[in-house]
Design a protein around this ligand. Structure first.
Ligand code: PLP
Length: 360
């Protein structure tokens, strides 16, 4: 099947085939990678290779460090303020969708947070990200938090906001490594692996070392980023199998030309699909404003909810799954993460053009 699921999402076949071949007997050790001790040399090599592939592909500078964490991005919504929202300070949140709302709600449980910008519409939906002129930033904020790609509404930041000397934090769960990113702009960024990078179960963070070193000490040790950094993400048992699978996907990404290769492929995919939607705008409606369109999650609607449902059912018969929109936004959502190929999108485009001809 062609998998357009919003996450967990499809993984590149070579990464899965490699896992299949190594699952029972990892490099002649007579056991699976997941049966090895996380302190043994076999797993250690996988752990280190995953970090070095991330460092190489993202160009992570010495000032920053990779962390493997658990609990998903949802846990980071709480853990970020627990670490960085020092008593007496306040954090700024840029609201662009459901995930930023959830992050903001958690921060308010921990301490003081304010909305520095929101693009919520009168219907409570979001169809764009804010422009620089709309940001009302507090120059003394503990940090600014944004969601780089809004999985549910299909909007994406294409230019990072200028936040002065305030540390910038990003939830990049649904567009991590979709293209080259200047990680030095971020004091802390995090992403669940299950969309662009691997299976669920591991979260990857890239943290500025001096920033996490100043994190709060009055929280339980297990929640301190500095503790995980000091222990190279081996303070407790990491999700070894998930990290191993990320290693395989990263190796595949490197073979595909790294992040420049990913960007070329992802732009081609997004342009193919949006061009076709625009050409059939009498039938399909893509609600997101052009400059905020996401290259990862393409959201569109047919003339009626009944036609949306028929579209999803017929696409499934044609071997394309995961196209049903989120229950909040409705319609159709095609998620075009790294593992989706240009040919997969071509197949979707010919299906949707044919569908419009038949039903339009
Ligand atoms: N942030 C974004 C942008 C997401 O798309 C998701 C899940 O889809 C989450 C956070 C939540 O991730 P998790 O379920 O891993 O906690």
């Amino acid at each position: 099947v062609i998998n357009f699921n919003p996450g967990p999402a499809g993984l590149p076949l070579p990464a899965l085939e490699r896992a299949r071949d190594e699952l029972i007997d990892f490099q002649g050790s007579g056991m699976s990678v997941m049966e090895h001790s996380h302190r043994g040399k076999e797993y250690e090599a996988v752990h280190d290779e995953t970090i070095s592939l991330l460092t190489e592909l993202l160009g992570i500078p010495d000032t920053h460090q990779v962390l493997f964490l658990t609990g998903g991005a949802s846990q980071q919504f709480a853990q970020v303020p627990m670490n960085f929202l020092h008593p007496g300070t306040s954090a700024d949140y840029l609201m662009t969708g459901v995930w930023s709302e959830k992050a903001y709600d958690e921060a308010r449980i921990v301490g003081q947070a304010r909305i520095a910008a929101t693009t919520v519409g009168p219907d409570k939906r979001y169809v764009r990200v804010p422009g620089q002129g709309e940001l009302q930033l507090d120059p003394r904020a503990a940090y600014v938090h944004l969601t780089s790609n809004n999985t549910l509404y299909g909007t994406q930041w294409h230019t990072w906001p200028e936040v002065g000397s305030v540390p910038l934090i990003a939830d990049m769960s649904s567009d991590f490594m979709w293209k080259p990113t200047d990680v030095s702009r971020f004091a802390f960024l995090y992403a669940g692996a299950q969309k662009n990078l691997g299976p669920s179960g591991v979260l990857i963070a890239v943290a500025r070392k001096d920033f996490i070193a100043q994190g709060r000490r009055d929280i339980p040790k297990i929640f301190r980023y500095s503790l995980h950094a000091e222990n190279n993400s081996l303070y407790n048992t990491p999700p070894t199998l998930a990290i191993y699978l990320c290693r395989n996907v990263l190796a595949w990404m490197k073979e595909q030309g790294g992040l420049a290769g990913m960007e070329a492929r992802n732009r081609q995919k997004g342009e193919l699909l949006y061009r076709s939607l625009d050409a059939n705008a009498g039938f399909y409606r893509a609600p997101v404003e052009r400059e905020s369109r996401s290259f990862m999650n393409v959201v569109f609607h047919l003339p009626t909810p009944e036609l949306d449902a028929t579209f999803v059912a017929e696409a499934k018969k044609a071997g394309m799954v995961g196209l049903k929109g989120h229950r909040i936004s409705g319609g159709i959502r095609a998620s075009l993460y790294n593992a989706v190929s240009v040919d997969d999108v071509r197949a979707l485009v010919s299906f949707l053009e044919e569908f419009a001809r038949k039903k339009g």
